[in-house]
Design a protein around this ligand. Structure first.
Ligand SMILES: Cc1ncc(C[n+]2csc(CCOP(=O)(O)OP(=O)(O)O)c2C)c(N)n1
Ligand code: SF4
Length: 270
């Protein structure tokens, strides 16, 4: 495939730093759309704010760059007004689970037909490396110079508990796996979440050198420390510390919000 067919060449060069994982995720989204043969005009790619939030600007679909944390609410409106449109939502860990945390759990609870890709780099990349709700305990950020005292959210477990129909987690190192999960998620009716553990060498890697100081080092670290969800089930929290657990967390077919809402419409129109 030719990626350029899906990109807005006039928006290049992009703003992402050398070694950032965002481009790896963007390419996986484009490969998946290409494989599924989706018409570009039938796709809306929506983001909030952040480095990950820049993604829609570079892609030749219908695109919307919304306000911080609100991509899911804008997308809900688009989907209700255009039920045949494919809605892909991209969000950083801060965008999805800090300021947008309530939108995230309620989109999952409603099981609304949206495909969310979370770019989880464990930090607020765009604004200078502040700690986010996924920054692991004891790790360093510009707001946690003595180590993070908080416990992090597990985004995939959160989506599962809140009711999403499909949830999977990959790293940016495991591109074949990431493609497979996106393909499954994009075809799923209801709310789907693909959490991609990605790298921000500029804000996270620099502050936490053991995870790798460059993008390439961070990919190696992901490779060395990844573990399947199956293996992780038999391991203690202590053994799982600093490990990247990947796999499919949920794959079910509960009725979606659009289906349930149609039922309401039918009853009201009787
Ligand atoms: C209402 C509001 N609050 C705060 C900000 C500042 N802000 C912009 S991006 C961002 C965090 C970005 O982090 P994340 O969502 O993890 O995305 P990343 O940049 O790491 O991709 C913040 C706090 C904003 N733009 N709007
Ligand atoms: S600050 Fe981090 S997340 Fe943002 S573009 Fe640079 S490497 Fe990527």
């Amino acid at each position: 495939m030719d990626y350029l067919n899906y990109l807005r060449k006039d928006k290049m060069p992009h703003i992402w730093c050398d070694g950032c994982g965002n481009g790896i995720i963007l390419k996986a989204i484009l490969r998946t759309v290409h494989k599924l043969g989706w018409d570009k005009n039938k796709i809306a790619l929506v983001s909030g704010i952040g480095c990950s939030g820049r993604t829609p600007g570079y892609v030749d679909f219908n695109t919307l760059h919304t306000t911080h944390g609100r991509a899911l609410s804008f997308s809900t409106g688009i989907k209700l007004a255009n039920p045949d449109m494919h809605l892909i939502v991209v969000s950083g860990d801060g965008d999805a689970t800090a300021i947008g945390g309530n939108h995230f759990i309620h989109a999952a609870r409603r099981n609304i037909d949206l495909n969310l890709i979370v770019f989880n780099n464990y930090i607020y990349g765009m604004t200078g490396g502040q700690a986010s709700p996924t920054t692991p305990s004891c790790k360093f950020a510009s707001t946690t110079p003595y180590g993070n005292p908080d416990s992090p959210f597990d985004i995939s477990e959160l989506a599962k508990a809140a009711g999403a129909n499909y949830v999977a987690r990959s790293t940016t190192f495991h591109t074949a796996r990431m493609d497979r999960y996106m393909e499954q998620a994009f075809q799923k009716k209801g709310f789907s979440v693909v959490e991609v553990l990605t790298m921000c060498p500029t804000s996270y890697g620099r502050a936490n050198k053991e995870t790798g100081a460059t993008g390439a080092d961070m990919l190696k670290y992901q490779k060395q420390n990844s573990i399947s969800i199956k293996k992780a089930a038999d391991m203690s929290d202590e053994e799982l510390k600093d490990k990247f657990v990947t796999g499919v967390y949920v794959d079910k077919d509960e009725p979606t919000y659009l289906e349930k809402y149609q039922d309401v419409r039918d009853k009201a129109n009787k």
